[in-house]
Design a protein around this ligand. Structure first.
Ligand code: ADE
Length: 221
């Protein structure tokens, strides 16, 4: 998979993509991630990328030209162009699965007060990562990239995402590791019993109980 990210702040991504599982996925060529500073595409003599809003109002608005030209230069017939915006479709695990099957994703990160409405015309999808407003789409694109890359074949063991929270609309089951007793808190006996059938049943029950407690809205689905 190839992921292109259009941003005015490529340095923001350095830490996130140079560590841990994402770094390994890049090193093993499971994903190619390219950052594009669309300021470089601005035809303005001062490389301006924003301007004041028509009709008045505060803040600056990203202009169409640099983003249109940047997308045009990297887009192919396999590309899915995604705009990160708080008024997009709420991001869910199912979307991560769907997007992990695509060949080429292009993320457009807005910044400042907003972007020219006409930028939406070149996007196939608009995504919000939650009902709150970030200073830009950068963090949102990192969150989405992370959630997709871990699902790519061979990036992590298939089994580790089979029981992920939100699969089957259920949260994950509780896990424990050594020691068996820590500050008087014991690991549930069933997990040390060696009875795999019982362990499986216990985990399933825990997933349902935990979802009922914490996210009853998921069970309704
Ligand atoms: N840009 C600003 N806020 C955002 C959000 N909640 N999701 C996606 N992109 C954003």
């Amino acid at each position: 998979m190839k992921i292109d990210i259009l941003t005015l702040f490529p340095e923001m991504f350095e830490g996130v993509f140079s560590q841990s599982i994402i770094k390994r996925a890049i090193d093993q060529n499971k994903v190619e991630i390219c950052l594009h500073n669309f300021r470089e595409y601005s035809t303005d003599p001062h490389h301006k990328v924003d301007d004041t809003p028509y009709g008045g109002g505060c803040g600056m608005v990203l202009t169409c030209q640099p983003i249109f030209d940047c997308v045009e230069s990297i887009k192919t017939e396999d590309s899915k162009v995604i705009l990160l915006t708080p008024d997009g479709i709420p991001y869910k695990q199912q979307m991560a699965y769907d997007l992990s099957l695509e060949k080429h994703l292009i993320f457009i990160c807005g910044h400042y007060e907003g972007f020219d409405e006409r930028i939406r015309s070149i996007c196939d999808l608009e995504i919000s990562i939650g009902d709150y407003v970030l200073t830009g789409g950068e963090l949102a694109s990192m969150v989405i990239t992370d959630s997709i890359v871990r699902l790519l074949p061979g990036v992590i063991e298939e089994e580790s995402h089979q029981n992920d929270s939100f699969n089957d609309h259920l949260l994950d089951y509780p896990t424990y590791t050594k020691p068996r007793v820590f500050l008087g808190m014991e690991v549930p006996e069933v997990l040390t019993s060696g009875d795999h059938k019982k362990i499986e049943e216990y985990r399933r029950e825990q997933r349902i109980e935990r979802t009922r407690d914490r996210r009853p809205d998921l069970l309704e689905k």
